[in-house]
Design a protein around this ligand. Structure first.
Ligand SMILES: Cc1cc2nc3c(=O)[nH]c(=O)nc-3n(C[C@H](O)[C@H](O)[C@H](O)COP(=O)(O)OP(=O)(O)OC[C@H]3O[C@@H](n4cnc5c(N)ncnc54)[C@H](O)[C@@H]3O)c2cc1C
Ligand code: FES
Length: 279
């Protein structure tokens, strides 16, 4: 895969046209965006863009689509505050500002030829979906693929149809759990995502784990992955920090000697394990 490049300038805001908008849940909305001239973003899975609205502000948002999707890209926005609330009012045909792609994503070339274990909790599926679909689109370049997903209730599962298609593939081991469910007809797993890890059969020496989820999830998932003897340098996590510039200039996202926006958001566990505030 081509290494992602910073097109033109890190400061250049491009006009991103919303070509599709879909309310996914009460608080999450998907936007498909195209750049002028149908230019592709050329991102690495795990990278993010800075999305801006004039007069409101700018927010870092993960690129959810795979780089194999050309001509447009997708983001999913959870409505939590000023910028995200304003974005939720946007629809097909509207224009937002786009800077990026930024940050270090997943090291795709290093992952090639190895087995993969994806662990996504809640909104973590949004960035991880970019890598999952990249791997599925280049399936022969990777070894065994395990996908573990967790969310609060079955209704909170994003990308339901796509997730369903992953679960039906014969070349993917798939499991999913929900924190709670009141539907008496539901016969799936109930419990935390950590409970799914002991049941996965894997060869630790050739397995890379990619983990994204709410902050509370990381500590417990990593304990389970270490119990499986996956080396610390093969555990990849994506961190979220408050960001302003997105390009290593302002210091808002600093974790000791790292800038999350530039040195991350994807880090190996051995890079950050001694930095108390990281997880
Ligand atoms: C690399 C990266 C990727 C991200 N990807 C996504 C994504 O794909 N989809 C998505 O919905 N969100 C994502 N986020 C989070 C998103 O950037 C924030 O929710 C957004 O910036 C909030 O802006 P706002 O103006 O709407 O909220 P504000 O009005 O600024 O704040 C609303 C509340 O959210 C808190 N908050 C703001 N930013 C963050 C943050 N980064 N972490 C924790 N709390 C925060 C504030 O303290 C406040 O309590 C990502 C963040 C990072 C750093
Ligand atoms: S957001 Fe400015 S240094 Fe990272």
């Amino acid at each position: 895969m081509k290494t992602a490049k910073l097109t033109d300038s890190e400061y250049l805001v491009k006009a991103g046209k919303i070509i599709r908008a879909r309310q996914m849940t009460k608080i999450e909305k998907l936007f498909e965006i195209s750049l002028p001239g149908g230019e592709s973003l050329d991102h690495e899975p795990g990278q993010f863009v800075m999305v801006s609205i004039p007069g409101v502000g700018e927010a870092p948002l993960s690129i959810s689509s795979s780089p194999t999707k050309r001509g447009s890209f997708e983001i999913v926005v959870r409505n939590v505050g000023k910028v995200t609330n304003a974005l939720h009012k946007f629809d097909t045909g509207d224009t937002v500002g786009i800077r990026g792609p930024f940050g270090k994503g997943f090291p795709v070339q290093i992952l090639e030829g190895n087995d993969l274990l994806f662990v996504a909790g809640g909104l973590g599926i949004v960035p991880l979906r970019s890598l999952i679909n990249f791997v599925i689109d280049n399936r022969r370049d990777f070894g065994k693929v395990n996908i573990l997903l967790g969310c609060k209730t079955p209704q909170d599962m994003l990308f339901g149809e796509e997730v369903d298609s992953w679960s039906k593939r014969l070349d993917v081991n798939f499991d999913i759990t929900v924190d709670r469910c009141e539907d008496p007809d539901y016969n799936g797993n109930i419990g935390l995502i950590t409970k799914l890890i002991p049941g996965v059969t894997l060869d630790p020496e050739r397995t890379f784990a990619a983990v994204i989820g709410p902050p509370i999830m990381y500590k417990f998932v990593i304990i389970e992955l270490l119990k499986k003897n996956i080396p610390e340098r093969q555990i990849l996590v994506s961190l979220e920090r408050h960001m302003k510039c997105g390009i290593g200039k302002c210091g808002h996202c600093q974790i000791q000697n790292y800038y999350c926006c530039k040195d991350g958001p994807v880090f190996t566990y051995d890079q950050i394990k001694d930095k108390k505030e990281a997880l």
